[in-house]
Design a protein around this ligand. Structure first.
Ligand code: HEM
Length: 416
């Protein structure tokens, strides 16, 4: 390769990405002793970045663009086509504001209350003699929360089937073969469902509540003053419903942490909200979820003596940045108290991306995630008694998103 960067030698590394998953960048970062290196993935020269300094570079939108960065297989399943993730500049800022306008404190309180309500309802309806898989339960609870909050009716819908369809979108992007194709099929079905609702709102057949995302997105105007295409409104509504549903992955990891780190879990019994939050943040730091953010170099530049060539695909390793020794003491230790007095920057803790919410591509729903997971943890610790039966708590590092093999089974549960 024709550059001055440390190089991951060998042929195309796509198979190794699939084999090593979350560890791919971190293991090479250690071997090469560099937070910046060059490799070849999906037949393309690719720069890999890790750590907060490199993250700051990655989120400089004068140097990187998103428009042609996401692989097709990710657009066809996870993101959809034409959504906010692939926009740059003014168009991005305008569209992102449509999302961020929904993320105020009142909305967070409402989402917290809904999360509590639907968890309670879920367990009231369950037979206590039947074990529950927390991961699968969370998909159903969170679909209810997401749809009620966004203004999308689930009346007459098979909620379990819809939850499975939506979860296919985030379980399939990195999968091969059948599972990947199931993801594409599920995206078509989900887009038909939400697209039909958007059409009906615009035709006046459904009266949407003006405070809800369904109304806001359906009647949003772009920079030219035009309504968005119905397909784009659909993709953006799914950019709320899908990741709210995907918070179920964090629930599985919360369950894993409660079992794996029992001394820390015991402290939660009389924890205040701050200590609860430390536990949640440590789960988001310690366990893997979203592996990389992806961009392309927008124009040639030099950084710390390295040459970045226009058009080069660039990955930021999110999991590795959260475990980078320059930013984290004993990163391999699960230690919620590390967040006591911790100094956050926009780049040192990036489970859902970094940089700016309004002007960059940082996850629009990070506050929603924290609220939903906080209410879930509260519910599991204070409102429910349960036991973990013997099961396989292991997960695979190349399974993206990683979820414990038995999906965190609980039994003998009782509402307090
Ligand atoms: C389930 C947990 C979640 C994870 C792991 C996650 C992760 C991420 C990541 C890594 C990004 C991209 C960052 C980048 O490209 O630099 C992102 C962007 C985004 N997320 Fe999330 N997210 C989650 C939950 C949510 C929720 C609950 C919502 C909305 C309700 C949401 C909406 C979005 C949107 C709209 C973007 C695109 C932002 C942009 O391109 O400007 N996410 N998320």
């Amino acid at each position: 390769m024709n550059s001055n960067m440390p190089e991951d030698k060998g042929f195309d590394q796509t198979l190794n990405v699939l084999k090593e998953g979350y560890d791919f960048v971190m293991s090479r970062n250690k071997a090469l002793g560099s937070d910046v290196f060059e490799t070849r993935i999906l037949g393309e020269k690719t720069i890999c970045l890790t750590g907060s300094r490199a993250a700051e570079l990655f989120y400089d939108h004068t140097r990187f663009r998103r428009s042609d960065a996401a692989p097709k297989r990710v657009e066809k399943t996870l993101f959809g086509e034409g959504g906010v993730q692939g926009l740059d500049g003014e168009a991005h800022r305008h569209r992102k504001a449509m999302f961020m306008g929904l993320m105020g404190p009142d909305e967070m309180t409402e989402i917290g209350n809904m999360t509590k309500k639907y968890w309670k309802e879920y367990f009231e309806k369950r037979d206590p003699d039947e074990p529950v898989e927390l991961y699968e339960a969370a998909k159903i609870v969170f679909l209810n929360v997401a749809c009620e909050w966004a203004g999308v009716s689930l009346l007459g819908e098979d909620v379990e089937a819809r939850a499975a369809e939506i979860s296919d979108l985030y379980e399939s992007p990195a999968a091969l073969g059948l599972q990947h194709w199931r993801g594409r099929r599920s995206r078509s079905k989900a887009e038909d469902w939400i697209g039909g609702i958007v059409k009906d709102v615009r035709a006046g057949k459904i009266e949407a509540d003006s405070g809800r995302a369904l109304y806001q997105f359906a009647w949003h105007r772009d920079l030219a003053g035009e309504l968005l295409d119905e397909d784009i409104v659909t993709v953006e509504l799914l950019n709320l419903v899908r990741p709210m549903n995907a918070n179920s992955v964090w629930v599985a990891m919360i369950g894993l942490a409660l079992n794996e780190h029992q001394a820390e879990a015991r402290k939660l019994k009389d924890a205040d909200s701050e200590q609860m939050e430390w536990f949640i943040q440590e789960v988001r730091r310690y366990y893997p979820f979203f592996p990389f953010a992806v961009a392309r170099v927008d124009m040639d530049f030099e950084w710390e003596g390295y040459t970045f060539k226009e058009g080069t695909l660039t990955l930021l390793d999110l999991y590795g940045t959260n475990r980078h020794p320059d930013d984290w003491v004993d990163p391999e230790v699960f230690m919620p108290e590390r967040f006591d007095g911790w100094q956050q920057t926009p780049f040192n803790f990036v489970p859902q991306g970094g940089g700016s919410y309004d002007f960059g591509h940082r996850c629009a729903g990070e506050f929603i995630t924290i609220v939903m997971i906080r209410e879930t943890l509260n519910f599991l610790v204070n409102d429910l008694t349960f036991e973990f039966p013997p099961q396989d708590f292991g997960f695979e590092f190349n399974d993206i998103p990683a979820v414990p093999n038995d999906k965190i089974r609980i039994e003998n549960f009782m509402l307090k």
